[in-house]
Design a protein around this ligand. Structure first.
Ligand SMILES: Cc1cc2nc3c(=O)[nH]c(=O)nc-3n(C[C@H](O)[C@H](O)[C@H](O)COP(=O)(O)O)c2cc1C
Length: 339
């Protein structure tokens, strides 16, 4: 130790930070390589037909394209013909493999095809429109079924909340690290997660997933894998782990989409917890690939998932304080585009 300190004292702080910088850069490349390997291996870039999950995400992507076409300011007649054919091919393969026909994705895809057929009903003689209509009716699915919500609906504006109320609600959220011992019910966590499902996601693929526990000892055990809960991790009443599924992504350009969709979903969960009267704290998942592997093995989270963050939550302790966490000047955050 003495020798180590002697060597350490011989170098200037600038030199030492440069060495650390080089070491960190090497790690950046090694982690990035590991991320690339994970994406190439577990996303759907290599095959969109690999299994039920992958096909289900792809079906969502295609049928949503049809819905979008039906929601354009001016709808092009016979738009998206290739997409419609592709969707029917996909659905046929999905069915032949005996995959689940009761999922909301499958039912919504059929329902979107029906909406396409209905929109083009004045052209029922057209071969593709005929094919779509037959494809849908052959399946004999009750489109009024709750799970089958494909196509378009009238856009509505919220009537009960004005921006001032939203602003007040949004600004009253703080990261809470001091929780009371009052337990959090599983059903409340479930409701919050369920509402957060309305989070927008790329092509409505909804790659996100929330693993939750309202068992404080389980939360404490999990938090041993996270670097950022010192001083409060042992007293967390409930914990949510947000993940996103690499299998939802099909292109090289989508390699970071897990983090975008998962991040948005996390914010929805945080706001939902706040609305439910709970305090919460987002917890970073800034770890090495091997740490992520260990956590997934412990909790039996599928390897295809990427961990986005953890969220601790609970009712605030009576005397709880929170950091001011003031925001930067708005001028540093908002700029009008002027070219
Ligand atoms: C992705 C993310 C990771 C975070 N990780 C931690 C963490 O590990 N430990 C912690 O105490 N707070 C963590 N925070 C909370 C931030 O410190 C906090 O959001 C920020 O200071 C702003 O304060 P506010 O949430 O009270 O508005 C994290 C926040 C985010 C969004």
């Amino acid at each position: 130790m003495k020798i180590y300190n002697k060597i350490k004292s011989k170098f200037s702080p600038q030199f030492k930070s440069s060495v650390i910088g080089i070491y960190q850069c090497c790690k950046v490349f090694s982690y990035a390589l590991s991320d690339a390997i994970h994406y190439a291996r577990y996303s759907a870039v290599r095959t969109p037909f690999a299994n039920e999950s992958v096909m289900s995400y792809r079906i969502a992507l295609i049928y949503h394209g049809i819905e979008k076409g039906l929601a354009m300011p001016v709808i092009r007649k016979n738009f998206g013909e290739a997409k419609v054919v592709y969707l029917m091919t996909f659905l046929s393969i999905y069915e032949k493999r005996g995959y689940n026909l009761k999922t909301s994705v499958y039912l919504s895809a059929i329902s979107a095809l029906k909406a396409y057929g209905d929109y083009h009903s004045d052209e029922c003689g057209r071969p593709l429109v005929k094919k779509v209509t037959e494809f849908v009716s052959r399946r004999g699915i009750d489109i009024s079924n709750k799970g089958a919500k494909g196509g378009v609906i009238a856009a509505t504006q919220t009537k009960n909340l004005d921006f001032k109320q939203f602003d007040e609600f949004f600004r009253s959220r703080y990261s809470l690290r001091s929780y009371s011992s009052r337990s959090v019910t599983k059903s409340l966590l479930f409701d919050v997660i369920s509402t957060a499902q309305k989070t927008p996601s790329v092509c409505n693929r909804q790659s996100f997933h929330a693993y939750y526990t309202s068992d404080p000892s389980m939360a404490a055990k999990i938090l041993e894998y996270q670097n950022g809960n010192r001083g409060f991790g042992h007293q967390v009443p409930a914990l949510i782990i947000i993940t996103a599924d690499s299998r939802a992504f099909f292109a090289s350009g989508e390699r970071n989409q897990c983090y975008v969709d998962g991040g948005l979903f996390s914010m929805s969960v945080l706001l939902g917890l706040h609305a439910a009267g709970l305090g919460a704290c987002a917890l970073n998942w800034c770890v090495s690939p091997s740490q992520e592997k260990s956590l997934k093995a412990l909790l039996r989270i599928p390897v295809e998932m990427r961990v986005i963050m953890m969220i601790s939550c609970g009712y605030p302790k009576e005397d709880a304080m929170v950091p001011c966490s003031s925001r930067r000047d708005i001028g540093l955050v908002a700029s009008e585009i002027k070219v």
